[in-house]
Design a protein around this ligand. Structure first.
Ligand SMILES: Nc1ncnc2c1ncn2[C@@H]1O[C@H](COP(=O)(O)OP(=O)(O)O)[C@@H](O)[C@H]1O
Ligand SMILES: [Mg+2]
Length: 246
């Protein structure tokens, strides 16, 4: 893919997803720029996962539009969306446990037409980037959770996305693994020149890696800004950190 074909941003316009009267996401304008890590935070039930699912084609929109680069991708299937450069990870990794770590990543490479030796070399490169090259030939079902997470991200990354959506990548990891994963996410964004949308509970990850943060509460956007702005935003402190403390 030539550089000029790459999508520079992912934008939602008035995105809403309602479930039987529950306004899970309500009129949200989200912007994710390529080359930047954007955090999506908010208390439990804020609508983060639903927004994430809607953007990646897993949940239909009630209203609004999703635009990737110059394409309106509203209503597209998850497969078509991923082929156009927006790829997500899953909280439960959805890794193929009977395949090796390498084979899982090769599947990602195949997605963008890299087969055989080329695909294998490329997959090894991605494993190196994620610091799990030594696990290449292990069965994916046998590796530790932190490594399984990395393998899941590696598979997503192997498709060379313009936008990478990560859903709570640090969930279940210990402090050291979390710190290491944070560094990896920064490296990935830099090396691949992709945009990252990061949903994460762990505020050390969010404030450690994000240049831009979008905050939701009860389906709505309550703040958007730099980490410094978000830290000191009274609405965020009330909605998010207030509830966290109670
Ligand atoms: N499939 C669904 N059917 C009905 N309600 C749902 C569904 N998915 C999510 N919700 C509701 O939508 C709201 C937002 O949920 P979610 O997007 O999971 O929030 P978050 O990821 O921020 O914790 C919650 O009130 C949740 O109960
Ligand atoms: Mg969620």
């Amino acid at each position: 893919m030539v550089e000029s074909d790459r999508s520079d941003q992912l934008v939602t316009h008035g995105l809403s997803v309602h479930f039987d009267g529950v306004k899970a996401v309500d009129d949200v304008d989200l912007e994710v720029q390529r080359g930047r890590i954007t955090g999506l935070i908010g208390p439990n039930g804020a609508g983060k996962s639903t927004l994430f699912n809607a953007v990646s084609g897993f949940v239909p929109l009630t209203a609004g539009r999703v635009v990737l680069g110059d394409k309106d991708i509203t209503g597209w299937s998850p497969t078509r969306i991923s082929q156009h450069g927006l790829v997500r990870s899953f909280q439960d990794t959805r890794i193929f446990k009977t395949l090796t770590v390498l084979e899982n990543v090769e599947l990602g490479a195949m997605n963008q037409g890299l087969n055989g030796a080329k695909g294998r070399d490329f997959a090894y490169g991605i494993l190196e980037l994620l610091n799990i090259k030594h696990l290449a030939l292990e069965s994916a079902g046998n590796v530790a959770l932190g490594d399984e997470r990395r393998a899941g991200i590696a598979r997503a990354v192997a498709t060379k996305p313009d936008m990478l959506l990560l859903d709570e990548p640090a969930a279940g990891l210990d402090e050291d693994e979390t710190a290491e994963l944070s560094l990896t996410i920064v490296d990935l964004c830099r090396e691949l020149g992709c945009g990252v949308l990061l949903v994460e509970h762990d505020m050390s990850v969010i404030f450690g890696v994000c240049e831009w943060i979008h905050v939701m509460d009860s389906g709505k956007t309550i703040a958007v800004g730099t980490p410094q702005e978000i830290r000191t935003n009274p609405a965020v402190i009330e909605a998010y950190f207030g509830k966290e403390r109670s």
